[in-house]
Each structure stands twice: as C-alpha cells, then as structure tokens.
Design a binder for this molecule. Structure first.
Ligand code: SF4
Ligand code: SF4
Length: 385
C-alpha cells in the first residue's frame, strides 16, 4: 500500500480507501470478509455516510479489536428517520445520529468528523444558523473528532467552504467526466484544451480540467486541506462503454489514477460490495503505468451525452419510500442488457416500485447532479411494467 498525508491532519492514509455505501444491505460476514481483505492489504481509511443501523453495526463488529488501525471518516447530518436515510440539518437529529454511530462502532472518537454534503449557499447558512458548525467545532475541541471535514459536489461552494479555514478535509466527487464534462466547462472550451494537449501540451497525469475545479484542488493543496474522493468510478458508469460519456470503458485503476493525480488528493474511497470489487480496486497498486494511463479519453470526448445518476441516494427520503438509486441502477442496466432474469428478480424484490412515485419532485431538488428523478421513475415504471 502507498500512504499519503491527509492535508495537515497528521494522518497518513492509504491512497485506496473504502467507501461504505455499498456495504449497506450486506450481511455481517460479507462486511467482515471485506474488512479483513482490505485491512490485510493496508487500507486504513473508511467513509461511513450510511445511517442505516445494520450496516453501522456490521462495520463496528468488523472493526472490533482493530479500530485504531482504521481512520474513520464518519458523517454528521446523515440520519435514519422512519426507516430511510435522510440528510439532517436539525441539530438534535444530527447529535442523535452521531451518538448512534459512536455506539454502533464501539468507539469514543472519530478521526474525520465529516459534515454530510453541502452544495449551496443556503445550506452553508443553515449549517451555521442551526448551530451545526459550532457543534462540530466543539466536537473537535474535545477530541471526539480528531479533525473536521465537509463533503461537497459543487466546486464553487467547495471553494467557499475551504476559505472558511475551519475544515481539515474536503470530500469531493472527482472523476474525469465530472471534471471535464459535467461541471461548468463548455464542450467548445474543453475541445480547445484537448487540441492543446494533442499539440504537445501537458503530459497525461496532470491534465487540465474545468477551471473552477482545478482551482479548488490547487487551493486545497496550498492550504493543506486533504481531499478524500467520492464517485471516482462515476457510480460504475465509467466502467462500461455503454454508459461512459467517453464511449469506451475505463478500468478501475484508470479511474483511481485520475483521481489520485489531482492536486490535494490523499485517498480515493472506493465503494465495494464484494471481495471481487475490492480486488479490482486494490489492483491499482500493482498496475503498470500503461494500465493506469487514461489519456485516451481525450479522443472520445465528442460522444458526450449528458448527465447521469451515480446511485448515491442523496435524493432520499422519498415520501412513498422508493429506493431511487436502486431503481435507477436497475433501469440503467436494463437499458443496456435488456431485462434479464436477474434484473427482473431484483426489481420484483423491491418493496416499493417506481410506479408508486407521486411526482412530488422532492428528490429532484435534492439531487446534487441535477438528475430528473421524476422522469426516471416514470421511465422505470414503463420499462418494468
Ligand atoms: S438521482 Fe441524484 S441523488 Fe439520487 S441516486 Fe441518482 S445521482 Fe444520487
Ligand atoms: S418524485 Fe417520486 S421518487 Fe421523487 S421523492 Fe417524490 S415520490 Fe419519491
């Protein structure tokens, strides 16, 4: 394993870390096996944004007797209400959810207290007005947080958050599609950059990205704010020629290499749900340079085709309890391979189907990636019947 300093926190974190989201729904033995293999390989950083009680308990059990070997990035403001994840901005709810996390993990400290994502100025104000920032600073002062972080998907807001000079860590969504296509960069502007590269410009590994995002990464590096990466694989979309905007599958090592090549980045936290997926992530460490080289994506940019769901569940809660991420993932899979028996079975097993959507639009407002969830639920309802 290779380790990098996490900004100025004093922590040396593994460049490949664990994202916890896909551990939700797995049984205790699977979680344990994944932790055994990951920790044997030297993985020492983990993000827990999930508020679902069982996954928290399973992780606590998997860490028993070796908790100090894992840097826990534990998210504040992610709560479990009426059987669903919810993004909380009520101080009391945040406190209760965090105490539940300490208890289920069997620990009295969290290495990186991470405020669950903030993507707008209104949300920044809420965090201050509702006392959440003060509460988190107090947690750091008393040692219950060893450092303070915040998650974000919007580079303009992230820069403002970094300028507050209270955060040690930024969790940010980084992959080439988001850096080069889905943010503020026009395709014309991007093509100019590509032409520059073809004419002997900057070498692959440090390619130009959207100016706002590039500035964010540089600012973090300069200020010593460590970046932990989410969405490095674009929710798996970059790994398939059918769903990647580059119309050619990237490999997991290429995606990880891209994220780790950004200034300020300490660790790419890869969400895995099986030992096989963990092995694919860890393969980065043994990959040869040519296997990590992602520069070919610049020849494929003309096939850009819009934004896409990354299955993060930030759009929940849904009043009728649709699991939006799972429905969307199954629909995307079915669009590529047709409705296989496996996809049909997984869809049928869902407690609430897409057709239950009442078009309230709450999810659309919450999605950090601008996905038209209502339209997606309608399409999924038609597709699956
Ligand atoms: S619709 Fe948006 S918030 Fe919901 S799972 Fe997809 S990307 Fe995440
Ligand atoms: S629009 Fe549909 S999927 Fe979205 S929150 Fe409302 S009911 Fe749920």
């Amino acid at each position: 394993m290779i380790y990098r300093p996490l900004g100025k926190t004093g922590m040396l974190v593994s460049i490949v870390g664990l994202g916890g989201e896909y551990l939700e729904g797995q049984d205790a033995a699977t979680v344990r096996n994944i932790f055994d293999a990951a920790m044997d390989a030297g993985v020492n950083i983990l993000d827990i944004f999930m508020s679902e009680p069982n996954v928290r308990t399973h992780i606590g059990e998997a860490l028993k007797g070796r908790r100090e070997k894992m840097f826990i990035q534990g998210q504040v403001c992610s709560a479990w209400v009426d059987g669903q994840y919810t993004k909380a901005r009520d101080l009391q709810l945040c406190k209760e959810s965090l105490e539940d996390l300490y208890e289920r993990l069997g620990t009295d400290y969290i290495d990186i207290g991470m405020i669950h994502y903030c993507d707008t100025e209104e949300d920044m104000k809420l965090l201050e007005d509702n006392g959440i920032i003060d509460y988190c600073l107090e947690m750091k002062k008393t040692g219950r947080f060893r450092s303070l972080g915040i998650g974000c998907h919007n580079s303009t807001i992230a820069k403002k958050l970094v300028e507050m000079d209270i955060f040690d860590v930024l969790m940010f969504s980084i992959n080439p599609a988001m850096d080069m296509i889905y943010n503020h960069c026009s395709i014309d502007g991007f093509m100019e950059q590509v032409d520059g590269l073809k004419e002997g410009g900057e070498a692959p590994g440090r390619l130009d990205v959207d100016q706002d995002r590039a500035e964010l990464y540089n600012r973090c590096e300069k200020k010593g704010v460590g970046i932990t990466v989410m969405k490095a694989l674009g929710g798996g979309r970059l790994l398939s020629a059918d769903t990647s905007p580059f119309r050619q599958a990237m490999t997991v090592p290429q995606c990880i290499h891209y994220a780790l090549s950004r200034p300020g980045v300490a660790s790419a936290l890869i969400g895995v749900q099986s030992l096989n997926e963990l092995e694919q992530a860890l393969a980065y460490l043994d990959a040869a340079d040519h296997e990590k080289d992602y520069s070919w994506i610049f020849n494929h940019i003309e096939s850009y085709s819009g934004n896409a769901c990354v299955y993060c569940s930030h759009c929940l809660p849904c009043p009728v309890e649709i699991n939006i991420a799972v429905v969307t993932r199954l629909m995307d899979q079915a669009r590529i391979s047709g409705i296989t028996a496996e996809i049909r079975q997984a869809y049928n097993a869902l407690d609430v189907k897409a057709t239950a959507c009442i078009s309230c639009g709450a999810c659309r407002e919450r999605c950090p990636f601008g996905i038209d969830v209502v339209e997606n639920m309608h399409e999924a309802g038609v597709l699956f019947g």
